[in-house]
Design a binder for this molecule. Structure first.
Ligand code: PMT
Length: 404
């Protein structure tokens, strides 16, 4: 089923309250709506429900022990980075106090401290504990730090009293989170054109000149733009990746085909992000039949391909233009030169000489240069995360343009 939660990585922290069993239903509802739910349990939570139950419900490994060896490398950092959203449900008075004080003594508290994702706390406890000024102070403190609190319901509590502290229904929790996500759709009404993957230049019916681009960087950008509500067109060269959700993909092979597809979409676009690796040259002639082996050398004559980005720079009106520069040396100089020569607003330089950056890798190392001289350097990060930073720049530029 399609929903605003589709494909979101949600880290669900379950703590040791009686309502821990209700978190099982919440995890199940989130999964039904398409979210990928990663559960972290505190030690206390495991006294109420088993890890096994959450594992079965979510289809994902459940983490409770910080030192346990699992699929993730440096688990608390990995989950903190992976999270699009964190939910702590139920949130006991104890976790609220620890999180407000920045204590990091188990997997959940450490992940909470390390994440940059929005965090929702769903307090559920005895009324007196909830209303205690210390708990109220901690809630206030967490709000100040940017966390979201979903207020508990009032009613009969397991401890035998009537009052505030009941765990809300999954429907209410999901409605609150969905409405938050709707507000974070910052690119609604914007058309974003992204290119990704490598081009292939035919030599004969079975051979071609190509490059090592997998499309990962561009696909991550297209997926992130779609998550933010943009109308995304992805002009994709060669890539084996599936089309991201809510993205319109136009598949092409050669640089000339890419140019045609890009130009067809350009006028209607608010921003163009060119992450594709486009061949600068193509064979002068394409043989009708397979080229046969002969003695001696085979000399190929190559002719220049159109420089698509250069052409966009010349035609550009209101569009924000972002290019990529894959460099192995003199990164800053070469990248900035491309930005000015091609009349771009931004250029993203990636150091493709490093093993964890550039073509085919899951991570990248980028520096974003802006036309006004501004420069932002990022550490090695997953392409998915960098896509977010890249789109923050695009969003700011679109907004600034609107102010003029
Ligand atoms: O796909 P992945 O495996 O994830 O790898 C990502 C990547 C390394 C391919 C990507 O991050 C990247 O750097 N893409 C641009 C690579 C490149 O070809 O750079 P370039 O310096 O040759 O070109 C500069 C810019 O001009 C690029 O935005 C390119 O799309 C564009 N260009 C280049 C040539 C041409 N004929 N037309 C163009 O539009």
């Amino acid at each position: 089923m399609m929903s605003s939660l589709s494909e979101l990585n949600i880290v669900l922290g379950v703590t040791g309250g009686i309502a821990a069993y209700k978190a099982v239903e919440l995890a199940s509802s989130l999964k039904k709506l398409g979210a990928i739910v990663h559960v972290i349990m505190t030690k206390g939570a495991t006294s109420f429900v088993t890890e096994r139950l959450f594992q079965e419900i979510t289809g994902q490994a459940v983490v409770s022990d910080m030192w346990e060896k699992t699929q993730f490398h440096v688990e608390h950092i990995a989950l903190a980075k992976l999270a699009d959203l964190m939910i702590v449900a139920p949130a006991t008075a104890n976790i609220l106090a620890k999180a407000a004080a920045g204590i990091a003594d188990d997997m959940l508290t450490t992940t909470l401290l390390a994440t940059k994702a929005p965090v929702f706390y769903i307090p559920a406890m005895n009324t007196n504990m909830y209303e205690n000024p210390v708990t109220q102070h901690n809630l206030m403190q967490l709000k100040k730090y940017g966390a979201y609190i979903i207020e508990p319901d009032s009613g009969y509590l397991v401890c035998g009293v009537e009052g505030k502290g009941r765990f809300p229904t999954s429907e209410r929790i999901i409605a609150d989170i969905s409405s938050f996500l709707a507000k974070s759709k910052t690119l609604i009404g914007r058309k974003i054109l992204v290119t990704a993957g490598g081009t292939r230049e035919a030599l004969d019916p079975v051979r071609f000149l190509g490059n090592r681009s997998t499309g990962r960087m561009g696909y991550a950008i297209a997926a992130e733009a779609a998550k933010r509500g943009a109308d995304v067109c992805l002009v994709s060269g060669i890539s084996e990746l599936p089309c991201p959700e809510n993205v319109r993909r136009l598949s092409v092979e050669s640089a000339v085909q890419m140019r045609d597809a890009v130009l067809q979409e350009f006028d209607a676009s608010d921003a163009v992000i060119k992450a594709a690796a486009v061949a600068d040259y193509r064979p002068k002639t394409v043989a009708d039949q397979k080229i046969k082996k002969k003695d001696g050398e085979l000399v190929l004559t190559l002719v220049r391909n159109p420089d698509i980005l250069q052409e966009l720079g010349e035609r550009k009106k209101k569009q924000i233009l972002m290019g990529f520069a894959a460099e192995t040396e003199n990164i800053e100089e070469y990248a900035q030169d491309k930005m000015h020569r091609k009349n771009l607003d931004f250029i993203v330089a990636n150091d493709v000489s490093k093993a964890d950056a550039g073509f085919g890798t899951e991570t990248n190392r980028i520096i974003i240069f802006e036309r006004d001289g501004n420069k932002t350097e990022y550490p090695v990060l997953k392409k998915r995360i960098l896509a977010g930073y890249i789109l923050d720049k695009i969003e700011a530029a679109i907004e600034k343009q609107g102010d003029v």
